[in-house]
Design a protein around this ligand. Sequence first.
Ligand code: HEC
Length: 128
Amino acid sequence: MARLARLQVPAIALLLLAQSMPAPAADDGAAASGKALLEAHCARCHSIESSGESPLAKAPPLREVYLKYPIEQLEEGFAEGMGSRHRDMPQIPFSDDQVEAILVYLGSITGVDPHLRPRAPATGETPP
Ligand code: HEC
């Protein structure tokens, strides 16, 4: 009995370790590719870092944009390329995976997990 107990402890520890490991690893990859996308398409105007001004003063740092809009609106906006808002901005439609990666990256620089941000606009209405 005592022998069995000794064997069980490491087995449980390994199981817990295995369960907790894949998620952060996947998120790190997503954050890195999200950052690369923003670097390639947005960083010449918007700050994409956790602090500092945007290169173009009129363009708000994307961390502020991230914290300002509900996730649903950000997803739609990124997926449609954001450009419809004004002529200055390029129209780059991102795929669902790319949008997710961008949100994970913005979550990592603001310290606010996208899954913990409000999804829908706070209108007071409850969807059916
Ligand atoms: C050529 C410069 C330029 C590039 C490149 C650019 N933007 Fe912008 N963006 C702006 C400017 C300037 C504004 C603010 C002007 C305005 O509100 O009319 C803005 C506003 C925004 C807003 C609205 C912010 C708000 O508070 O309503 C979002 C969201 C946004 N940009 C996302 C992006 C994303 C994502 C990319 C990369 C895919 C990008 N922008 C690339 C110039 C740019």
